[in-house]
Design a protein around this ligand. Structure first.
Ligand SMILES: Cc1ncc(COP(=O)(O)O)c(C=O)c1O
Length: 492
């Protein structure tokens, strides 16, 4: 087969050609190439974008059954990412995580799962009725930062549960900390276990040698990447990549057909086609610049009295060489200036017009990407210097509370699906110790569930949740007043 030409963008080209042919449309979308769209909308974004807001037509192929330009665009993605097959996703990595689970696990089957999981993994488990065996969460005593899973803990979990055939991990985590994929995949495959990876935060890793190893290069069996989070995809646009040996492609295609909308946005799919072309043709240069900016920012932030910004060497040393860091993520520790991450994030926004990816009790997280410039980094450093120099009202929150966050090995009382479909009642949070959670409860960000349906509500998780509620963190999974939690009705 001739080598793939990665300058090509078959889907986008077909969309433009169709738009320029000016055919009369008696099909969806009802705005008919923008002629029926609200004038305010058209004035702001311009008319052209509506001409490529298309539906499944012969010229532009169908995501549900790709045979033409979508198939070609997916083949180009598979080629560049070193996958056997790739699938475009229009419901983010959330939909991809669900599809990975629905296509590999059966009702009642056990799966070894990281506790650093996104809630879409839990919903996938509820759909399939598979049974999670969680890998013990690891946190270094020397830092409040959540590291990622350790190879030894994963291997131990697999050896203690020899019937498990599927391992599900997240890498990088939200803070850019990766696992030792090469070693883990080798250990898993030796035990005839397939490895599924939520690589939402890693669509760029493949394109620069200074970044940690990407999933498909480490021989992971299937992974999903949020192309929209870090590189040029538009929001919601993700890609799922597969190695065929341990994955039933037919079952995966069925799961994707069931889970994805039958009206996928062509604009989102075109953004995947173009993002692949951009990364293939100039990814190394663009990411090199992003890395340079991130390193410049990290170096300067580390010099600001009271602030920290963990680097690659520290992550490696804290994890005894097992974890690594994507340096484009800057995790700025702020407890040394007596403020919470939430306070610093708010001041950056209100006083300096800077919006960060997220804040937690002790950090703000800054994502540096191919869209940033030196001025942006310098503005961030300037703002952090100002805030650190005049921190104002300090937090009343005990700075160690984050470090005391639970290790999330909550006893599992019933499978997630059983709890989800059980009779349920809301109880006041304060009185819920000893009950069984019926919902996913998450402190957002970073969005790692503190409880999933079927888990016992323990004192330490409850105490942590109460502290986080006091700090003003967003609690997902409680009632709108944040006072009540959904539990399984006793006796059910
Ligand atoms: C680790 C992880 N996985 C999956 C997701 C969901 O990805 P998406 O927003 O593309 O659906 C997120 C979103 O924040 C995430 O952080």
């Amino acid at each position: 087969m001739p080598p793939f030409d990665h300058n090509r963008t078959p889907l986008f080209d077909a969309m433009v050609a169709l738009a320029e042919s000016r055919k009369v449309s008696f099909h969806t979308p009802g705005h008919k190439s923008g002629k029926g769209i609200s004038t305010r909308f058209r004035k702001f974004v311009g008319p052209k974008v509506f001409s490529i807001d298309l539906t499944c037509l012969d010229e532009v192929d169908s995501l549900q059954k790709p045979r033409g330009v979508i198939r070609e665009a997916q083949e180009l993605a598979a080629d560049i990412y070193n996958a056997d097959q790739s699938f475009f996703l229009v419901n983010g990595t959330s939909g991809g995580n669900q599809a990975m689970i629905l296509s590999t696990l059966n009702p009642g089957e056990q799966v070894a799962v990281t506790r650093i999981l996104h809630k879409s993994v839990v919903s996938g488990m509820i759909m399939t009725d598979c049974r999670p065996v969680f890998i013990p969460l690891h946190r270094s005593d020397k830092t409040s930062l959540l590291l990622n899973d350790r190879t030894a803990d994963i291997v131990k979990t697999l050896d203690q549960n020899p019937d498990i055939r599927t391992l599900f991990l997240t890498s990088p985590n939200y803070y850019g900390v990766t696992v030792n994929l090469e070693k883990i995949v080798e250990e898993a495959h030796r035990r005839n276990v397939r490895v599924l990876l939520d690589e939402a935060h890693g669509p760029h890793l493949h394109f620069h040698e200074s970044l940690p190893m990407s999933a498909m290069n480490a021989d992971v069996d299937m992974c999903v990447q949020s192309t929209h989070k870090i590189i040029g995809g538009m929001t919601q646009a993700s890609i799922l990549h597969v190695r065929k040996n341990r994955i039933d492609i037919g079952r995966l295609s069925t799961a994707l057909r069931y889970l994805q909308t039958t009206s996928p946005s062509y604009i989102l799919m075109a953004s995947l086609d173009l993002a692949r072309m951009q990364m293939a043709t100039e990814g190394k240069k663009l990411l090199g610049k992003a890395l340079e900016l991130a390193r410049r920012g990290r170096e300067k932030i580390r010099k600001i009295p009271g602030l920290t910004c963990i680097d690659r060497a520290e992550v490696k040393s804290l994890s005894l060489g097992d974890n690594d860091l994507d340096e484009t993520k800057l995790t700025v520790g702020v407890s040394g200036i007596g403020l919470t991450g939430y306070q610093v994030s708010q001041r950056l926004n209100l006083e300096f017009g800077i919006q960060v990816e997220m804040a937690d009790l002790m950090h703000v997280l800054v994502i540096v990407s191919i869209g940033d410039h030196r001025d942006d980094i310098d503005r961030l450093v300037f703002a952090l210097e100002r805030i650190a120099g005049s921190p104002g009202t300090k937090t009343s929150i005990d700075e160690h509370s984050y470090a005391q966050a639970p290790y999330l090995l909550n006893p599992i009382r019933m499978p997630p699906r059983t709890a989800y479909f059980s009779a349920q009642e809301y109880v006041p949070l304060e009185d819920s110790e000893g009950a069984t959670s019926a919902d996913i409860v998450t402190v957002y960000p970073p969005g790692i569930p503190l409880m999933i349906p079927g888990e016992l509500i323990t004192r330490d998780v409850l105490d942590y949740l109460l502290i986080m509620r006091e700090t003003g963190a967003t609690l997902d999974g409680l009632d709108p007043s944040n006072q009540h939690i959904k539990t399984v009705l006793p006796g059910h």
